[in-house]
Design a protein around this ligand. Sequence first.
Ligand code: COA
Length: 261
Amino acid sequence: MSATTPLIVTEIKDGILRVEIRRPDKKNALTGPMYAVLADAFEAAERDPRVRVVLIHGQPGMFTAGNDLADFLEHPPINDDPPPPVFRFLEAFRTLTKPFVAAVSGAAVGIGTTMLLHCDLVYAGESAKFQLPFVNLGLCPEAASSLLLPALAGHARAAEILLLGEPFGAAKAVEIGLVNAVLPEASVLDHAMAQARKLAAQPAASVRLTKQLMKHAQATLVEQTMREEGRHFKARLISPESKEAFTAFFEKRKPDFSRFN
Ligand code: COA
């Protein structure tokens, strides 16, 4: 892949902004510059009257491995001025008033799963594997997942997912209400696109109003939780535990947290 190959590909067609994460050699892991492109695209979509729906996807067998762990080690997004691109992206999908659709195939790690809590429709392939390994990495939840996941799945199931950080499959994702439906791998994107087209054909103002009304009761809490999580997340990013976890990933070994209390 050449240095100029875009890692985030966007296209506006038939009222749908299609956003593809395309960094296959690193399992679509997201770096600061990629978040910047995503944030710009979502912010522009909110303003652009041509866009009635936003749809995000990867490739068959690959949604995203979440934040690039080398980026976390080398450029932790801990300063606020200007806001780091990852936080701009979180803010952009939190505040998106237009419907947000995802087609998930393969690994959806970290933000690959937390962004789904902000989607309106989510379709997954049989290979989809969701994981929130924040604790495993010495971090803490983000994107208001500490609020939205227990609200969706109940405390016990959310605790298993967030505290143990083990991956779970598409069937469980449907069971807890994270995903609308599981589809054969080859038809996930087509199905999600078809659903997005239906949304784009609906009266846009009514769609936006209904989304806003559905989110209204929790909106302030979501915003506050995201801010609170963000504060802790930044501190955890430079903790000895996270350094050990990130280093262990690249050294292809299990992290050893036994010396940290
Ligand atoms: N950051 C940086 N590089 C990553 C990455 C990440 N989040 N996820 C995968 N990669 C890289 C690997 O280092 C490897 O690179 P290399 O070929 O140069 O060695 C390549 O992508 C393929 O990854 P690999 O682990 O061999 O693929 P896999 O199919 O066995 O496993 C995952 C896929 C997604 C389950 C696994 O890569 C993984 O757990 N990644 C880390 C996920 C994570 O913790 N994300 C952060 C959440 S906050």
